[in-house]
Design a protein around this ligand. Structure first.
Ligand code: NAD
Length: 496
């Protein structure tokens, strides 16, 4: 096994090899919790380590965020001044994008090209988009209708308070940015916790946030396990809101934990998103789009199109196209420019994906291609396609979170719609057709927070995303996403 460390810039290497500290009240401190390894999933090599935050560290971080909110200037600052700081963070992300992308490639298992041209610019864009909102958070005035009284009614929008931000491992940089930017734009203070197996890019982003001039105590970063560090953010009554992206299982424990002070929760959860391909679609585009929809980032994407529904008349042709595509994907290390699909995040996660495939076959699904781990160093798994006409297998119903598609034929539009909505999840869907009336009918009826037509998985900061059913509560992006960090206050003013 040769290390990928030799392939990154000296700045990235020295960041990885240094002792990793956490950000509390503007200071970078040595955390006091348990030691964790940083593993490159492309090689299985331990490339660094860090101590997780202790409960006392988390307590200090929450105290700092609370003080900064209650007694600090951030929420009182002129909105244009806050906007400038957000804009500066975006500039710094762009200036340091090579380093951030290399950290995502080494620690997060992202292909370097995607991290450099996709994730890093998207993180910068999150701050620019929200910089624009800072000066547009406004209430209304109205004339109340109470007889005999001269009254003036007002509504105000205020930051919700201290936010706990918890991110998953499948997009540490960009998902951190998607939470930090609206929290900061609204005037909140916060404690951010990245996933334990992808901490490095968040710590580097924290340094850039300090450099951009965010006041002390406004942004605090703790690291370590979900069951200790993350759970405290859910429980602590000094936190007013938690924004969580991760699994439905963890969301349930956060709902329990947050009962104490009934803190507000935003939950961005899992999915089992359908891709509906009709016989009037451009089939080359549909096959390519469906393959990208499930195999990009090795299927570790919340909106992955993991159930591919295909009209019977084109079923064999599309399935062949998908399998040809799956077999042609070059699986390899994240820093190699020839790799088209990287590894799964950990040995444990690869075991889970492998078990799903085996159980899917035991449940009656037919393996059409892939299905095996790639032997050798790293946690690679073959792009896999299974067929399940009965829709009774676990690969039809459960989120695998790996490069595993299940294909199912349908007769007509009504049948396709029934299959699409046959899920406890409702995060995303895509419809591939040249019939615009059909596309409109289906976008109305599919139970999903986002539906793409003739494309899949394209996010935009102006377009809210979030879940129907067990895919979550609330939305991220757009005004809706910002509003989740705001309280609405009504004011009745008696004039005489
Ligand atoms: P996870 O739920 O295991 O972990 C997510 C985060 O929660 C991590 O930081 C983890 O440390 C923390 N955590 C774990 N237990 C906790 C607890 N008891 N209290 C508080 N925090 C805790 O999820 P994961 O495996 O890291 O991520 C994959 C999941 O995330 C998938 O289900 C995927 O679909 C989902 N996801 C959803 C979106 C979306 O926008 N809807 C985006 C990306 C990922």
């Amino acid at each position: 096994m040769t290390s990928q460390l030799k392939d990154v810039s000296s700045a990235t290497r020295s960041f990885i090899e240094r002792t990793h500290h956490i950000l509390i009240d503007g200071d970078w401190r040595q955390p006091r919790g348990q030691s964790n390894d940083v593993i490159d999933p492309s090689t299985g090599e331990t490339i660094s380590s860090f101590n997780g935050s202790s409960p006392e560290d988390v307590d200090d971080a929450i105290t700092a965020a609370r003080n900064a909110f209650d007694h600090g200037d951030w929420r009182h600052m002129a909105p244009a001044a806050r906007a400038k700081v957000l804009w500066r963070i975006a500039d710094l992300i762009e200036e340091n994008k090579q380093e951030l992308a290399e950290l995502e490639a080494l620690d997060g298992g992202k292909l370097l090209g995607g991290a450099l041209n996709g994730e890093a610019p998207a993180a910068a864009e999150a701050f620019r988009y929200h910089a624009g909102w800072c000066t547009k958070i406004e209430g209304r005035t109205f004339k109340p209708s109470i007889p005999g009284l001269d009254l003036e009614g007002q509504t105000r929008l205020e930051p919700i308070g201290v936010a706990g931000l918890i991110t998953p491992w499948n997009g540490a940089l960009v998902m951190g940015a998607w939470k930090l930017a609206p929290a900061l734009a609204s005037g909140c203070t916060l404690v951010l916790k990245p996933a334990e197996n992808t901490t490095l890019s968040t710590l580097r982003l924290g340094e850039l946030i300090c450099e951009a001039g965010v006041p002390e105590g406004v942004v605090n970063i703790v690291i370590g396990s979900g069951s200790t560090v993350g759970a405290i953010l859910g429980e602590d009554a000094r936190i007013d809101k938690v924004s969580f992206t991760g699994s439905t299982r963890t969301a349930r424990s956060l709902i329990e934990a947050s009962k104490g002070n009934l803190k507000k929760l935003s939950l961005e959860l899992g999915g089992k998103s359908p891709v509906l391909i009709f016989d009037d679609a451009n089939l080359d585009d549909a096959v390519n789009g469906a393959a990208d929809g499930i195999f990009s980032n090795a299927g570790q994407v919340c909106v992955a199109g993991s159930r591919i529904l295909i009209q019977k008349s084109i079923y064999d042709r599309v399935v062949k196209g998908l399998c040809d595509k799956a077999r042609s994907i070059k699986v390899g290390r994240t820093l190699s420019s020839s790799s088209q699909m990287g590894p799964l995040i950990s040995a444990q996660h690869r075991d889970s994906v492998e078990r799903y495939v085996q159980q899917g076959v035991a449940d009656g699904a037919k393996l059409l291609c892939g299905g095996e781990r790639v032997e050798g160093p790293g946690y690679f798994f073959e792009p896999t396609v299974l067929a399940d006409e009965t829709t009774r297998s676990c690969v039809w119903s459960d989120e695998v979170f790996g490069p595993v598609a299940v294909v199912t034929p349908f007769d007509d539009e009504a049948h396709a719609l029934r299959l699409a909505n046959d899920s406890n999840y409702g995060l995303a869907a895509s419809v591939w057709t040249s019939n615009t009336s059909r596309a409109q009918r289906l976008t109305r009826e599919i139970k999903a927070g986002i539906v793409w037509v003739n494309c899949h998985g394209i996010p935009d900061m102006a377009m809210p995303i979030g879940g129907y059913k067990q895919s979550g509560w609330g939305r991220e992006h757009g005004w809706k996403g910002l509003e989740a960090y705001l309280e609405h206050k009504s004011i009745m003013h008696r004039i005489d």
